[in-house]
Every structure is written in C-alpha cells, then in structure tokens.
Design a protein around this ligand. Sequence first.
Ligand code: ZN
Ligand code: ZN
Length: 262
Amino acid sequence: MFVDSHCHLSSPELAGRIPEIRQAMREAGVDRALCICTTLDEFDLVHRLALDHDGFWCSAGVHPDEEDSREPTVDGLVELTRLDKVVAIGETGLDYYRLAGRELAELAWQRERFRVHIRAARASRRPLVIHTRSASADTLRLLREEEGRDAGGVFHCFTETADVARAALDLGFHISFSGILTFKNANDLREVAAFVPLDRCLIETDSPYLAPMPFRGKVNTPANVPLVARQLADIKSLPLAEIAAITSRNFERLFLGTVPRS
Ligand SMILES: [Zn+2]
Ligand SMILES: [Zn+2]
C-alpha cells in the first residue's frame, strides 16, 4: 500500500470528486494521504476531509505564495494542532520564484511567516511541511536560526540540488519526491534521489498539480502516487513493494508517530 504524503484535495479541481478519487486510490493500492492546508480560510475544508475519511490526515498552515492571506500566529497554529487528525504544520517555507522581479527586502513578510510556522512546529511538536523554490539558502538559514531541527519535517516536492538535499538531511529532514521525478528532463533530480537514504524518502503527488508521466499536464490525484514510487524503485534498483513499505513506514514515523523515531 502507498501513501501520498502531500496533496491538495480541497482544491477546486478535486474537492467535488472525493468519492471517485477514493475509489481510484483503492484500485491503485493507495490507502492514505496527507491533505495540505494553504490558507487559514481553507483549514476547515482540509480538516473536514481528514475527519470524514479513514486514512486522511491534514496540516495547518499558510503557503508562502498566499500573499494577501490572513497571517497565522504561533498560538493560533498550535491551537489547530490540538484538533483531531492535524498532524503537521504547513505548507510553509519560502518561494522567491512566484514573486520574482521584486527586491528580497520586499519579501520580509514571507520570512517572518516562515519563522512563525517553525516556532509553532516546535511548540506543538509537529513536523514541518516545507515548500522551497528559488530560496533554498534562506530556507536553510531560517531553519537553522529557528532551530527547526527540533520539529523536523519534510522538504516537499523536492527539486533542489544535491547540496541542498544534503543540508536538509543534516538538519534531520526528510525529502519528498513528486511526479517531477518521472519527467524526461529531470535527470539531475533522479541523481539526487539516488543518494537520499531511503529511510528519509517520502513520495507525494502534490495533486492536482504535477501529474507524473504518462499523465503530465493532466489533473493529478493521489491514485497516481505509485507512478512516483515506480520511478524511485528504478532509481534505487529495488522492488516496488519495498519502496511502498519503506515510504509508508517513513510517513508513519514522521507524521503519525507510530514507528519509533530512530
Ligand atoms: Zn508546495
Ligand atoms: Zn503543496
């Protein structure tokens, strides 16, 4: 059985199709998924998905691309993690790509928001779901300054270099691979995946975005996560079943606390 460690099932493309999506997941052997929150206004929706469905959990946080969104506070986020099935803080982090063309000083609000999430993760003992794009140096710097190691978590939809992966691993973080791993032009990323220790690897779809080959460009769903696992199995020269078992165990250890942290 496979776990999709990062999906946006409350997105307009998917929210009305949950029964059909769950059916497709069952048929594909995907029994669990982490529903990711991107704004405080969206939280009730993702939380409802988690409460209403076996095998779904959710996070609490505000995405760095959501500039005009209500700002979270440390206490407010910690409060949300006390609710049933809220197992992570995020997605959070830094994205200097989507907001390109602006001075870095103008993005101070992103960095401050990221600090709030790291503090909330430490206070609530919940792992961080980190989004980083064109901002890896600052992402790592803030994690160090705020002692994000105490919370741990995952660099989701990883597309950075081997050096960034190494730094994230050194901070105790996991690395999650998405459908991008299957793209033709992703040789560099496949090389990164080759060296990331399997006990730190997660797999995800980031649905509805980033459908893996051969569905690139289509609306993605968690039922496609085995295609990411298949690619990882090829890279690691291991049977698919082993990739499924190890990434599921990693998910349980990181988010559910059901496997002892090593
Ligand atoms: Zn993201
Ligand atoms: Zn996401």
